[in-house]
Design a protein around this ligand. Structure first.
Ligand code: NAP
Length: 249
């Protein structure tokens, strides 16, 4: 029997890459989506092959409706129907006060974090829903604990985009529960990835970590464990739920 297909958006690095490697060890066939960094996605795929797993790479900007639609159709026709989806792709921009940000920045952030998640969930619904001839499936949306505390003086716009992901995920989960699809959310806290360098402070995790209840930053692999649990049948009675992986914050 073919291994179930798991699509991970933004799977070339950070939390997406850690999730891909753990999922491959747990028996999924991985489709790694990337936007521009093909080399990193191919490197993760190679590591999975070396572990004896199966992985494919596929380029698509999740904020582009046509590219998302093409990606899902390509997966269906080339491999198998998608059984699981992790909406992990996310962006933030340089730390600053909200007053100094503008509409074009908000649009860039919302286009990927919010509308990218909407687009992939909508395509997944068409492929997974029992009412559409699908076999059901599971979705995990990667939000952020920033949705709860708002990221003042850093990225309020990013935090707000994750608030939108939280609200959307709750409503969408309840809409599709009768269609054999479970939708849950993981909200990471401060995790050691390259994202913080994109925000202009590569050492951000180490600066803030001593103030956290657990007094350290998190590893991408620790977030991956929560994602994989929510994807699995072990969480079969959970939908529309949230797991915070934030060291107590
Ligand atoms: P990361 O290392 O910056 O990686 C982000 C990935 O997203 C990259 O592989 C990038 O691909 C991909 N991506 C960005 N925009 C995309 C688009 N439009 N279409 C397709 N792929 C796109 O991020 P991370 O830290 O692992 O974060 C992963 C998720 O966790 C994000 O949703 C983030 O908001 C969330 N999160 C992270 C933290 C943290 O502390 N790291 C905390 C809370 C929440 P390319 O390189 O090919 O562009």
């Amino acid at each position: 029997m073919e291994k179930p297909i798991l699509l991970i958006t933004g799977g070339g690095r950070g939390i997406g890459a850690a999730t891909a490697k753990l999922a491959a060890r747990q028996g999924y066939q991985i489709v790694l989506n990337y936007r521009q960094d093909e080399a990193s996605a191919q490197k993760v795929a190679k590591e999975i092959h070396q572990l004896g797993g199966q992985a494919h790479c596929i380029q698509a900007d999740v904020s582009d409706a046509d590219q998302v639609s093409f990606m899902f159709e390509h997966i269906l026709h080339t491999w198998e129907p998608i059984k699981a989806l992790v909406n992990n792709a996310g962006v933030l921009e340089t730390q600053t006060n909200f007053a100094k940000t503008d509409l074009s920045r908000w649009q860039r952030i919302f286009n990927t974090n919010v509308f990218g998640t909407f687009l992939c969930c909508q395509s997944a619904f068409k492929h997974m829903a029992l009412s559409q001839g699908g076999k059901g499936g599971t979705i995990v949306n990667v939000s952020s604990i920033a949705s709860v505390y708002g990221s003042p003086n850093e990225y309020v716009d990013y935090a707000a985009s994750k608030g939108a992901v939280d609200s959307f995920s709750k409503g969408f989960a309840l809409e599709v529960a009768g269609d054999g699809i479970r939708v849950n959310v993981v909200r990471p806290g401060l995790i050691y990835t390259d994202m913080h360098a994109d925000g202009g402070e590569a050492g951000r995790v180490d600066r803030i970590a001593p103030n956290l209840p657990l007094q350290r930053g998190g590893k991408p692999e620790e977030v991956a464990e929560a994602i994989l649990w929510l994807l699995s049948d072990k969480s079969s009675y959970s939908t529309g739920s949230f797991i915070d992986v934030g060291g107590g914050r």
